[in-house]
Every structure is written in structure tokens, then in C-alpha cells.
Design a protein around this ligand. Structure first.
Ligand SMILES: [Cu+2]
Length: 152
């Protein structure tokens, strides 16, 4: 059997290392408990804007984007709350962006996008539309107001 060319060996070894790194990073990413947004089956109930309290620190928000506003536009929750956002649109494609919480979703008609966010610090978190949606786009925003509960 003829000897393998040294440059071919280098290519094979390098390819093997890169493949191992790729497989390792895929497994690593799968095992990390990172909360990726999910697309859940469409249901008309999500098109009714709503804030529901599940328990003392868990809330559910049905956020509806439409030209050119978010409903509900003010979301009051206590510090330490975990909020499940279900986002949809009533017309064109809008964005749903909470920069301070690294939330970046699209609001699409006929689709429900869900993400979970924990608000550990008091403050006002702006929700903005970051998909150009028409002439009123720049004024399309809402707020999550995170307060310290009065009875604590
Ligand atoms: Cu917009």
C-alpha cells in the first residue's frame, strides 16, 4: 500500500478535529438550559390581549401587535416575576424587542411566538417594534413596569 502524502494526513487530522469540535458544540448547546423562543400552535385565544397572574411570581402575557401599538401597552408586575410572553400580530409583521432582556421576537399574523423572561430588578423595560411596519412604526412601543411589591 502506498504511503499517504503528509499534506493529506494534515487535512484529515484537521478535518477530524473540526468535526469533533462541531459535534461537541452541538451537544454542549443542547445540554445548556437556554431558553429559546418557541413557536406554539395558533389559537384565537392568544389574539385577546391579556395579563394573567398564574401565581405570586408567574405571569402570562398575551401581547398583541397591531398598527401601530402593542396591547397591553403597560404591564405591571412585581420584582422577581417570571413572565411568559405569547406574541402575535393582527396585521403585518411587527417586532417584539426588549433590549434589556435580550428578547427579540417577531410578531406574525397567524403565529404565536413564546418566550419566558425573568425580571429580577425593578425598573421600566421598554418593548419596541424593530421590524419596519409602516408610517407609525417609530411610535410603536410598550412598557413592562417592574415594581417592588408594597406588602414586602
Ligand atoms: Cu414596527
Amino acid at each position: 500500500m502506498p504511503e499517504m502524502d503528509p499534506s493529506e494526513k494534515k487535512v484529515l487530522v484537521t478535518t477530524g478535529i473540526v468535526l469533533m469540535l462541531f459535534i461537541f458544540s452541538v451537544l454542549y448547546a443542547r445540554n445548556r438550559n437556554n431558553d429559546l423562543p418557541e413557536c406554539i400552535p395558533y389559537n384565537k385565544t392568544y389574539t385577546e390581549p391579556k395579563i394573567s397572574k398564574i401565581d405570586d411570581s408567574t405571569y402570562q402575557v398575551f401581547a398583541v401587535a397591531k398598527m401601530w401599538q402593542f396591547e397591553p401597552s403597560k404591564i405591571y408586575i412585581p420584582v422577581g416575576s417570571e413572565v411568559d410572553f405569547y406574541v402575535t400580530s393582527m396585521d403585518v409583521v411587527h417586532g417584539f424587542n426588549i433590549p434589556e432582556k435580550n428578547v427579540n421576537l417577531m410578531a406574525v399574523y397567524g403565529n404565536i411566538n413564546k418566550t419566558t423572561v425573568k425580571f429580577e430588578k425593578a425598573g421600566v423595560y421598554k418593548i419596541t417594534c424593530h421590524e419596519y411596519c409602516g408610517i407609525g412604526h417609530q411610535s410603536m412601543q410598550a412598557e413592562v413596569i417592574v415594581n417592588i411589591p408594597l406588602n414586602k
